[in-house]
Design a binder for this molecule. Sequence first.
Ligand code: PMT
Length: 425
Amino acid sequence: MATSVRPLAGRRLLVGVSGGIAAYKAVELVRLLAKPIADGGAGAAEVRVVMTRSARRFVTPLTFQTLSGHPVGTTLWDLTQESEIGHIALAQRAEVVIVAPATADLIGRYAGGLADDLLTTILLATRAPVLVAPAMNPVMYAHPAVQANVATLRQRGVVIVEPEVGPLASRAEAADAGPGRMAEPAAIVEAAEDLVTPKDLAGLRVLVTAGPTREPLDPVRVLSNRSSGRMGVAIARAARRRGAAVTLVAGPMEVPPPTGVEVVRVETAAEMAEAVLGRAEAVDAVVMAAAVADYRPVKAADQKIKKVDGEDGIRLDLVRNLDILAELGRRRRDWRTAGRRGPVLVGFAAETADLVHHARAKLAAKGVDLIVANDVSAPGSGFGSETNAVVLVRGDGTADERPLAPKSEVADAILDRLRELVAEA
Ligand code: PMT
C-alpha cells in the first residue's frame, strides 16, 4: 500500500467552533486544513464549519466562509441553511469532526448527550471520528467536573488534543498556571492526520536516527555538518503515525522532534553509536538518516585553541569514528548465526555523483537491506531542505527512483519498503 500523500488530502472535514477567545486560532486551523498541499496545507478538499452562538461573538461566520469556501452552519432553526445542507447530512458527510476550541460548556453538553444546538446535534448524529481541542482557563480545565466529562468523551473514543501550558489570550487570565491554552493549529492538524492514517506499522518497533553529530575541537568549537534533522524527523513522525513504536536518536537538530516518540538526545558520533547499538536488537528496524561524522579530533583541547602569532594555519589530527551502520550489519550477521533475527537495516547515502553506483557499494559493504541514496548537490534535495529526491536501492540491486517530494512523502515511501522488508525477514 502506498501512503505517500498527506492523509487529510481530499477528505470531508467538519470543524465545530465553540465560544472562547481561542476561536481566533480556529481561523488558522481552517486555513491550514483547506489549503492545498503545495501551499503547505493539509490539502483538504472540503472543510465545513459549524459555529455555536457564542463562537459568533468572537469571530464572524464570514471569516470561516471565506477561508473554507462554504456557507457556515450556525443554527438548527434556519430553513435556508437546513435546505442547503441539513444537520444530519453534515453529520453523515463528515469523515472527521474537529471541535476547536471546545469550551467547558460544549464538552459538558457533548459528554451529557445534549443536542440543543447545531454543533451538539451533529456530534451525536455523526459516525465519524471526533477530535476535541479544549480551551479554557486552567482552573476550569482542572475542575473535577470538566475532567470527568473529558474522561467520558475519551472513554467513548473521542480523541482529546490536550491543551497546553502557556500564556492565555485573555490578559485577565495571565495569572493562572496549568494546561488550558488550546493546542496550536498545526498540532491539531497533526492529530487529525494521525486519526485517519491506517496503522499498517502497528506492533513494529522502529529506531530512527536524525540530524548531525558534533565532534568537539575545544570547549567552543565543533566539527559538524549541515544536516537539519528534517529527514529523520519526517521518518519518525510517519512511522509513529502509521502505528509503530518509535525511538528517535537525535543529534543537535534544527527542528523539534515529533510528539509521541521516545527521544534520545546525543551529541557526538560515539554517543550516537552507544544509543543505537544498545537498542538495536530490541527493535524490528533501524533507519539511519543521521549524518554521522566519519572523523573526530584525536583529542579535544581542554582550553580554547588560541591563534599563534606568525603562524598561517594549524593542523587538525583526526581519527575515524565507528561506522554505526556497518557495525549493525556485522552484529546482525552474528545474531543470525546464533538463530536470532535482528532488525531490518535501512541506511542512507549522501552522494554528489554516481548515486546508484555508490549506494550499491555501501549496501554491500555495510550489509544492509536498503539504501536511500540522495544526491545532496541537487537543488531542493538533501541537507536542510523541506524536500528530497531519492533512489531506493534494494538488496537485489534494483533501484527505485523517486521524484523530488516533501520529506514526509519520501518518509512514507521508505516506510512502505521497510514494511515489506520486515514481513520478508
Ligand atoms: O537532516 P536533513 O537536513 O533533513 O538532511 C537529510 C540528510 C541529507 C542528512 C539525509 O537524507 C542523509 O543522506 N543522511 C545520511 C548522511 C550520511 O552520513 O551519509 P553517508 O553516505 O556518509 O553515510 C552512509 C550511511 O552510514 C548513513 O546511513 C549514515 O547514517 C551511516 N553512517 C555514516 C557514518 C558513520 N560513522 N556511521 C554511520 O552509521
